[in-house]
Write a protein of this length. Structure first.
Length: 264
């Protein structure tokens, strides 16, 4: 190793952020003499919101640390479950998802997570909303995670919504309140008498179901329909995943499908 280089050891969980041609734990980086440790790590492709403990020659270091040539740096992933600062009265984190994660947003709402989602919001606006409402911004856009103004964000693994949900639950282990949010708009559901919604229901629905809820925001009506058993399976799997994450062990199985008087 050249004396002017830094030697970085990257944890296996972070290698996915490196270009395929450089996806190996041992990295040698030419140091320019002025860059911070955070800048060096991000230059490899790793967003800082994904980085956990960092050590330099065995001692803890912050991203603002200015390294010296020849130092050995160990970069760990963000610990799981990851704590999220909560506002007074909050029992679970709030989330904001970017335009590509609509299916994940509906599944999170099914579990009662406060999940904002827009299919037409640009990156600067996402950062503004995330900061103003103290929402964790979930995205697969690494550039978005590198925005210095963003208070807290997380990269969503996988292209499959069921794997994305499991990853999210294992990472944050949030308190779940299933069946309490509208999967369409994120509003809170309230029980409603069957007679109050009868005119909005199909004949077969009125005859076969007696328990209903209505979204306080958009007015959509919900009931345990044909997808009820599948949804209950997803909810139970999510509860097991969170419990396992809190116990420090990996949860087995993945949700298979979702729905709610329309299927998420």
């Amino acid at each position: 190793m050249d004396d002017s280089d830094l030697h970085l050891e990257i944890a296996p969980e972070l290698l996915l952020f490196l270009p395929a041609s450089r996806r190996r734990p041992e990295q040698r980086v030419a140091w320019d003499g002025t860059s911070t440790l955070g800048h060096v790590i991000e230059s490899l492709g790793i967003p800082l919101p994904e980085v956990g403990p960092v050590t330099v020659d065995g001692a803890p270091a912050e991203p603002s640390h200015q390294p010296a040539a020849g130092e050995r740096v160990r970069v760990e992933p963000m610990p799981r479950p990851q704590p999220v600062p909560l506002e007074p009265g909050q029992t679970a984190p709030r989330f904001l998802l970017d335009v590509h994660l609509g299916t994940l947003a509906r599944r999170m709402r099914l579990l009662g997570l406060d999940t904002a989602y827009h299919n037409d919001m640009d990156d600067p606006s996402l950062v503004v909303q995330a900061n103003a409402e103290r929402r964790v911004l979930l995205t697969q856009d690494r550039g978005l995670l590198r925005r210095r103004a963003l208070w807290l964000g997380a990269h969503v693994r996988s292209s499959r919504p069921d794997d994305q949900l499991r990853d999210l639950l294992e990472r944050f282990a949030p308190e779940l309140s299933p069946w309490t949010r509208c999967t369409a708009c994120n509003g809170v559901l309230a029980s409603v008498d069957k007679t109050a919604v009868a005119a909005e229901l199909e004949h077969g629905t009125r005859d076969n179901y007696d328990v209903y809820g209505r979204c306080a925001d958009c007015g959509q009506v919900y009931w345990r329909g044909a997808h009820g058993d599948r949804l209950e399976g997803i909810v139970q799997e999510a509860l097991r995943t969170v419990a396992a994450a809190r116990n420090g062990s990996a949860a087995g199985g993945v949700p298979t499908s979702t729905g709610a008087s329309g299927t998420p």
